[in-house]
Design a protein around this ligand. Sequence first.
Ligand code: ADP
Ligand code: MG
Length: 358
Amino acid sequence: MDARSNSGGAGDATPDRRPAGEAKARAAEIAGGRAEPAAPPGAGPVHAVDIQGLRKVYKGSGKTGPKTALTGIDLQIPRGSLFGLLGPNGAGKSTLINIMAGLVTKTEGTVRIWDHDIDRDTRMARSAIGIVPQELNIDPFFTPRELLDLQAGLYGVPKGERITDELLEAVGLADKATAYARTLSGGMRRRLMVAKAMVHSPPVLVLDEPTAGVDIELRQSLWAHVRRLNEAGTTVLLTTHYLEEAEQLCDRIAIINHGSVVADDTTPNLLGRLDSKTLTVVLSEPVEALPAELSAFQVELADRHRLVVRYRPSETRLGDVLNAMNAAGIQVADLTTEETDLEDIFLQLTRAAPAPAA
Ligand code: ADP
Ligand code: MG
């Protein structure tokens, strides 16, 4: 059996929890948006999370055979980073996160959270991380304040050290503190889940598709909260389907496909990596066939008035393409070049590899 019950408590092992005063100050900072920019403050390991050779094979049942969800991956999340984990559906993102949360048992490999091995040092590892799972699981008959208090109790946070009100403030739910959870909108529940993951002030926060199905406005405010948490020093790992947001939000991105890491780099490096550009040329005179002068390039006649050229900027200069067109007697009415974005890279990396046999 793979899924363990999420009783969640870290007992009385709370050495990685920050002192109440510090946690309160941080929550207040987050609420007020006055956090100092970047720079991971305080001490801690170089890698907030260190994953080595992590493999997961789901046993499967009757009809379905075993399924390899993670092939043996290495992944390091630098302390203080806002790290994006991207991948298509079924890539293994939730499996990875649920192993870190202790909800799924791994088949092989090691996972260290804030320098604590999740097998040998389970309680300490658990107390160093807060997880917002993909599925919303909130008891509808509790109020946000009750839920956060209950969760803090599970983590053994003494009453005097709880930051319930600060957290409610931080996620914009202060005015809903005493409303039944069932009366909260989907977006509010998400934010409540974020607060719930933070009751023990963990240095690492993990969010699994926190904005899936959340409308744009709420997504923006949720991201703003996440960014403030990160600016206040929390290391954040999130999975998302929204590439554009990952591009804007994350300082580092890993792409996972069929249970393997296919890219892991800083966001600017990743964006600079795809050596490919697309030039679209609108012709003032229609052409019936591709001129021979352009045979050296990868050209396509989209229609009689439009040529599409794909080229590698590292090998081909735009000027050479234009000179060849000139030599072919092509009259250019207009042209555009398309910049690479994360989506191109994502598609290139995730389409390239065929699914291995399970
Ligand atoms: P993602 O979160 O990236 O969409 P998951 O980690 O949920 O991916 O799933 C990875 C693969 O493992 C998928 O092929 C999925 O069907 C399979 N899988 C996930 N959970 C289970 C499970 N409990 N039992 C069997 N297979 C599972
Ligand atoms: Mg998932």
